[in-house]
Design a binder for this molecule. Structure first.
Ligand SMILES: NC(=O)c1ccc[n+]([C@@H]2O[C@H](COP(=O)([O-])OP(=O)(O)OC[C@H]3O[C@@H](n4cnc5c(N)ncnc54)[C@H](OP(=O)(O)O)[C@@H]3O)[C@@H](O)[C@H]2O)c1
Length: 305
C-alpha cells in the first residue's frame, strides 16, 4: 500500500479531490478568505493573484497551488488554464471570479479611463475567465460563482460606475446560468454586502477634483470611499464560510451574503422606489439642505462665470 501511494503522481493526487480556482486572493481580502475556506473543506485550491507576494501566505497550506493571474490579461488566463488542466486532468469543479476594484466618484466627474479599467477587471475579466475555463467546468459539471455587489441592485450615489460594472456582471451571469443548465453547470451570482477587506484602503475618493460641482459633499464622498459610512461590515472569514457552504451544498442561482445583504434584498423586493431612493440619499451629502444648497450655488456660479 505504501509503495502504491508513493507511486501515485502529484497529478493523480490533485485529481482525487474536488478543485476550485479563486481570482484576486491577496491577503486580507474576500478571495483570500474564500480560498482558505475551500481549503478547510478539503478541496484542492488554485489561489491566484496579480502578485505572487500577495498570496505567499497561502502557498504553505496543503492542497494549495498558487498561480500569478491578472484577469485582464489573455496570456495570463491561458497560462492558468494550462496549469489547472495539467494538474486536474482537464476538470475544475468551482470557478470563483472574485477579483475586482471599486471607484468612488460622482457620475459626471469619474475619470472614464479609470472606469473602463474597472470594467475590464470587474466585468470583462470574469467573462474571459468563464470562457477560457468553460471546457474544464463543463467536464466537471461544476459551479461558477461570480462575486457581485449590492450596488448591482441599489442605486448608490458616488458609486455609479462600480454599481454599473456589477449590474452588468449580474445580468450576464443570470443569462449564463440559463445557458449552462443543459451541461449541468451551476451558476451563482454572489450578491455581496459589506465585508471587512482592503477594498476600503484604495483611496479612490481623493480623485474628486476641487472644481467638482459636488465639492461641498467631498467629506461624504471621502467617507464612502474609505467605507467609514458603513458600520455593518461582516468579517471576511464569516462571509467566506457561509458562501463556501452555499456553493458546496449545491447553490444554483443568486445568493445574498455579507453585511446588509438581506436588508438590501428585502427593500429592493418590497419597498417602492421612492422609499429606496430616500434611503440611498442618506449620508451622501445630497440629503443635507446646506450641502445641497452649496452644490446648487456652485452650479449657478459656473453658469454665470
Ligand atoms: N469588501 C466589500 O465590502 C465588498 C462588497 C461587495 C463586493 N465586493 C467584491 O468582492 C471582491 C473582492 O473585493 P475585496 O473586498 O476582497 O477587496 P480587495 O481586498 O481589494 O481584493 C480585491 C482583489 O482583486 C484583485 N484584483 C484587482 N484587479 C485584478 C486583476 N486585473 N486581476 C487579478 N486580480 C485583480 C486585487 O489584487 P491586488 O491586491 O493586486 O490589487 C485583490 O486581490 C471584488 O469583486 C469586490 O467588488 C466587496
Amino acid at each position: 500500500m505504501l509503495i502504491l501511494r508513493s507511486s501515485i503522481s502529484p497529478h493523480i493526487k490533485v485529481m482525487s479531490r474536488k478543485s476550485v480556482l479563486v481570482t484576486g486572493c491577496s491577503e486580507g481580502g474576500i478571495g483570500d478568505a474564500l480560498a482558505q475556506a475551500f481549503q478547510r473543506k478539503g478541496l484542492h485550491v488554485f489561489a491566484t493573484a496579480r502578485s505572487s507576494s500577495k498570496i505567499a501566505h497561502l502557498s504553505a497550506l496543503p492542497n494549495v497551488t498558487c498561480i500569478v493571474l491578472d484577469v485582464t490579461s489573455t496570456e495570463s488566463i491561458e497560462t492558468a488554464v494550462q496549469i489547472v488542466n495539467t494538474k486536474t486532468g482537464g476538470k475544475l469543479d468551482f470557478l470563483i471570479n472574485n477579483a475586482g476594484l471599486g471607484i468612488v466618484a460622482p457620475a459626471i466627474d469619474a475619470d472614464i479611463k479609470d472606469a473602463k479599467k474597472m470594467f475590464d477587471a470587474n466585468f470583462w475579466g470574469a467573462v474571459e475567465m468563464v470562457q477560457a475555463f468553460s471546457p474544464l467546468i463543463i467536464s466537471a459539471k461544476g459551479t461558477i460563482g461570480n462575486v457581485a455587489a449590492l450596488g448591482a441592485i441599489l442605486h448608490v450615489p458616488w458609486m455609479s460606475f462600480y454599481g454599473a460594472s456589477k449590474a452588468a456582471l449580474v445580468n450576464w451571469t443570470e443569462v449564463l446560468r440559463l445557458e449552462m443548465a443543459p451541461f449541468r453547470v451551476k451558476v451563482v451570482p454572489i450578491m455581496t454586502g459589506f465585508v471587512h477587506t482592503n477594498i476600503f484602503n484604495q483611496g479612490h475618493g481623493t480623485s474628486l477634483p476641487r472644481e467638482s460641482l459636488y465639492w461641498p459633499a467631498h467629506k461624504e464622498i471621502d467617507a464612502r470611499s474609505a467605507g467609514s459610512d458603513v458600520t455593518e461590515k461582516m468579517d471576511a472569514n464569516v462571509y467566506a464560510n457561509k458562501v463556501v457552504n452555499d456553493l458546496t451544498n449545491g447553490a444554483d442561482g443568486r445568493i445574498y451574503r455579507g453585511g446588509m445583504s438581506s436588508g438590501a434584498k428585502f427593500i429592493t423586493t418590497f419597498l417602492p422606489n421612492s422609499m429606496v431612493d430616500k434611503m440611498m440619499l442618506g449620508g451622501t451629502g445630497l440629503d443635507k439642505p446646506a450641502e445641497l444648497q452649496a452644490i446648487q450655488a456652485a452650479r449657478k456660479a459656473t453658469k454665470t462665470g
